[in-house]
Design a protein around this ligand. Sequence first.
Ligand code: AP5
Ligand code: MG
Length: 188
Amino acid sequence: MQLVFVGPPGVGKGTQSEWLSSFLAIPHLSTGDMLRASVEQKTDIGKSAQGFIQDGKLVPDDIVIEIVDSRLDEEDCRNGFLLDGFPRTLEQAEMLDQRLASRGMPLSLVLELTADESQLLQRLVDRGRDDDSPEVVRKRFQIYRNQTKPLLGYYDEKNILKSIDGSGTREEVREHIRLAVRQQGLEA
Ligand code: AP5
Ligand code: MG
């Protein structure tokens, strides 16, 4: 099964992916984590991506698509995967659909997590990652609204979108997700 988490910065995509990927026995693919690892390793991709991440801007589509596409070729993705933070633009979504169609592995479910920006700003400032200053977080929210939210309509039309309230405790959100996954008939 092929799943995607969509949602604003700080809503819990990474947190919930950790248990959901083990619950469903599929790998967790976070483009944010992959890009930060490339920055750390000072690879060419990392050097190109670093400035965008620091400023809270999206890394260009071609770079991100390349990373995801080569990751999907790895052995552990043969029974599916959970994407976190990708796709984030319509162009990425269309490219993903094409690549998955050619593999005969269409998306099974897109889970949207929702919460108020004021609550999320507080979570991120408390976490304190390099790109979690209030100024950069506001930029990331704005980009989410303008560039990523249009994906919700795109997936809703395909009847694979489920929206989940991400504002409760980690455990409450986990139960909402568990129910949504079960309703879709997706259990390991
Ligand atoms: P990315 O790493 O994906 O960051 P993000 O989407 O902004 O989201 P976060 O990882 O900050 O939040 P999350 O939803 O995972 O929440 P988390 O579980 O960590 O992307 C970073 C950058 O990389 C982008 O800005 C861009 O530059 C680049 N990039 C990545 N993907 C890209 C793409 N596809 N295209 C182009 N560029 C891309 O939780 C946040 C905090 O809240 C944690 O401390 C957590 O412990 C806490 N928390 C979680 N759930 C709860 C809860 N229920 N209650 C209380 N606290 C909670
Ligand atoms: Mg994350």
